[in-house]
Design a protein around this ligand. Sequence first.
Ligand SMILES: [Zn+2]
Ligand SMILES: [Zn+2]
Length: 340
Amino acid sequence: MPELRQNFFTKEWVIIATERARRPEELATHRQAQAVPSFVESCPFCPGNEGKTPPEVMRSPANGDEPWAVRVIPNKFAALSSEVEPTRSLQHLRRRVNGFGFHEVIIDSPDHACCLALLPDAHVARILGVFKQRYNLLSSDHRINHVTIFKNHGADAGASLQHPHSQLIATPVIPSQVRHRLHEALRHYDDAGECMFCHMVESEVADQTRIVLKSELFVAMEVFASATPFATHIFPLRHMASFGEITAAEIADLAHVLRTLLAKIYVGLENPDLNFTIRSGPVDNAGARHFHWYVSVIPRLTRVAGFELGSGMFINTVLPEAAADFLRNVSVERAAGATG
Ligand SMILES: [Zn+2]
Ligand SMILES: [Zn+2]
């Protein structure tokens, strides 16, 4: 029987269409594995071409004598500019802010062919450490109210350059989707006297059916009211409102969980395009008791159609419990990073 499920914190309804349910493996891309070279002469992100990008704002390791492993540069085609002030104006109902903000590119590795799913855990930890440093540095600018860190993997996920990279956009406003989630989280905290995410994580871990993997400090799970197949969230087990609060030990643990999850998706669904994003409370929410940050991983396996656009309600043809079972059983022992 089809079922409607409500997302516990966005309050969005989704239709889990079990009548046309598809087995998880039916969504595998079946794409031919392409041989991608490790170095491409014309790629601005490949080593030796540093002069083709805007001047870097950070590199890791920081010592300039060593070759870089991760490099951060301003986006050459930035959506927002740090050269203007976020001046606001209101004319009748037309509200505007000058396009102030930061838009940075984090080059994941010097290797053009690398892919987060196949990198060693230690390298993923280095990337996450860079995320944290940029997050905290840009957050300290009083004109910034929200920082979004995300990755587009593959053309269908919005990646325009093949060389693996992540991005960060810092905005002078709090996006309305974030504001809505914060309101719901605060409402629950005020009603129930607890963090709704801590409650949900505890009950999901006890239930087990949607858990993909759990480490000492993090848990990856399929979303109960998942709008799209294989939407997976990774939560810190410790209560933390802001990604900026993550410790070095938690970065190492998250690197392993994130990389293992991405490897399971890579192997099980044959390298689908995907996005992941760090959903953190806005800058000033560090320490807040009502919000809890997490990583959202969304494989791009289906397309948004008219009903979704018209209603905001999604139809998901894969049971989240079946997706979790499928991913639990994908072995990534032989994926390169597992040994790293
Ligand atoms: Zn490259
Ligand atoms: Zn919490």
